[in-house]
Design a protein around this ligand. Sequence first.
Ligand code: SF4
Length: 353
Amino acid sequence: MEKTNLCGMFVEEIIAAVAPLGLEKYRGRQLAEWIYQRYATDFAGMTNLPMDKRILLEEHFSVESVTLAAQEEAADGTTKYLLALEDGLAVETVLMPHKYGNSVCVSTQVGCGMGCVFCASTLHGVVRNLTVGEILAQVLYVNQMLSIKNEKVDSVVIMGSGEPLANYEQVLNFIRLCHEPYSMNMSYRSFTLSTAGLVPGIDRLAGEGIPVTLAISLHAPSNDVRSRLMPINQTYPIETVFAAADRYASASGRRVTYEYTLIAGINDSEEQAKELARLLKYRLANVNLIPVNPVPERGLFRPEKEKIQRFLQILQAAKITATVRREMGTEIRAACGQLRHKVLNGKSSQRSA
Ligand code: SF4
């Protein structure tokens, strides 16, 4: 008999699911706390539930979780986990310790269909969407790791593999569930959702009344260069993305973050910095400059330090809030998709050997 997974359900759904076993409402709340606050992945250890109910639960239900398939840790504490899902597929999750707390970057799809040229996540295409439980299980896994040090995840960046707005319902329910007091009680402001620029999804998000930070992967100030880097730009060109971001900013009152991966000789010139400054001048925006993780086989290299500084100065001189993202864990392939790609390649070369 197929068991029903409880991880990813709201408490009302858990209560309704377990009621036929004779479990009262407050038992449903206890189950939610075990799963979301104490990271339980089976029923045997849920000691405040009667033993006969635990046995019944074990027969009919499961708590979907992830297991560690590979891990790399950098000197600065950035840790990338390749986490196996129950069907054997795997996704990447990254823990980034900051002075102001622990941030975790989660994946929302296995692979990605967006085709951005600088990104390893898209090399094998999109395989499938993750469920609420599978996205949440990544945070629960990291929380469990952090609990050893008496710490927890303080903020979530939805910027791992996958386009979150292409898996809209699951991603939104994941955010809502993390916000619930019986779960992780996280404020909406502690979430950043990063999109390649799916305009209808941005507009839908603006209507939700959930003030997450919106991050737009921009990467170029002109349509010709952006289309070369991001095929999605042919469907939603820059001007439509900016218009949707402006609507989001005015609906949420939140500054939009523009991610800009700097690639030598492609989007790092002074003219491009000035054009970017012109585009953002009157917008509620800030810019996150990200020196590319080199992909030599695609001719993508990191600009020299002086060039990165010059790009930054031009933006700052135009009064645009801009920073260069702290180099975290480049030695552990912290850019999205690289660890999974390495492991997949290892497996395929083993098979063909
Ligand atoms: S950068 Fe993001 S949207 Fe683009 S291919 Fe990679 S995961 Fe997908």
